[in-house]
Design a protein around this ligand. Structure first.
Ligand SMILES: Nc1ncnc2c1ncn2[C@@H]1O[C@H](COP(=O)(O)OP(=O)(O)OP(=O)(O)O)[C@@H](O)[C@H]1O
Length: 272
């Protein structure tokens, strides 16, 4: 059974004066268990919309979204996935441990079990020494690591991540990417990951889904053959195979620019 099955999904937003924005048009995508899939594409191509539909934070205008064979709504009710978005979204009045324990607390997990789980997760993201700090006492990168730990609290088999490293400096970002790959290898979670960074998408993913805007469609899916998550380390960033995949994704994105130009020139000819 697929972790995510998106079939023929369209999303139309009604905006001012009856106008419509076709954010997604007939998008289909399958993500198998344990697979890391990135969504990349120009601003406004519908990446966040697609992730929000999978997370049932919004509903499709047409088509179907299944998560582990259930409706998106049922999967949300059953908390079948963890979510980490760009803003860490931590509760400022709770300690790091309190934030990580929150989803467990909401599901009635006992105090001792919650504490033990939080300690494991803090070790996993390298923040054991910061368990009793408050979010505003941490750097942005540390806060995002806490958010990732929280998204992993219930050992989800699926993580939905929308630019979780977007605000980080390049060095912290690369370290976080390495940590995320390690975490996924350890937990076997599938991931749907939205990013603007080609190297980030290539480093993390087994497949990179390249999207195009107006209307948002899947333009190309680039398979990245860089080995399993467990074998990906920093040396990979200097590897010829890595650069080849970066080039393939870049070309897929540039293909979009070529497609966009063509109709304009045709229209120009028609109006003359
Ligand atoms: N709630 C909304 N109401 C109206 N239009 C929306 C809404 N949410 C998204 N859109 C529109 O849908 C399109 C896709 O937006 P979305 O945020 O999914 O793109 P994106 O690829 O994630 O962009 P970015 O890379 O800039 O984050 C855009 O044209 C956006 O303006």
């Amino acid at each position: 059974m697929n972790a995510v099955e998106v079939t023929g999904v369209s999303k139309v937003f009604r905006v001012a004066k009856g106008a419509e924005v076709v954010a997604l048009d007939s998008v289909s995508l399958s993500v198998v268990p344990g697979e890391f899939v990135s969504l990349i594409g120009p601003s406004g191509c519908g990446k966040s919309t697609l992730l929000r539909l999978i997370a049932d934070l919004d509903q499709p205008t047409a088509g179907e979204v299944l998560v582990f064979g259930k409706s998106a709504r049922q999967a949300r009710i059953d908390q079948d996935y963890g979510i980490a978005f760009q803003q860490a979204g931590l509760l400022p009045w709770r300690t790091v441990t309190g934030n990580i324990e929150l989803p467990l607390e909401l599901h009635g997990v006992g105090k001792a079990a919650r504490r033990a789980r939080a300690q494991d997760l803090l070790a996993l993201v390298g923040l054991s020494d910061f368990a009793d700090r408050y979010p505003d006492q941490l750097s942005g990168g540390m806060q995002q690591r806490v958010a990732i730990a929280r998204s992993l609290a219930e050992s989800p088999e699926l993580l939905l991540m929308d630019e979780p490293f977007g605000a980080l400096d390049e060095m912290t970002r690369e370290r976080m990417q390495t940590e995320l790959v390690r975490i996924c290898a350890e937990t076997g979670a599938a991931v749907v990951f939205v990013t603007h960074s080609i190297p980030e998408a290539v480093y993390l993913s087994s497949r990179v889904v390249v999207m195009s805007p107006r209307p948002g469609r899947i333009q190309e899916v680039v398979t990245v053959g860089l080995g399993s998550a467990g074998t990906r380390d920093d040396a990979l960033r200097e590897d010829a195979a890595f650069f080849a995949s970066v080039k393939a994704v870049r070309e897929a994105l540039h293909g979009d620019a070529v497609h966009e130009k063509a109709p304009h020139s045709v229209r120009g000819v028609e109006t003359r």
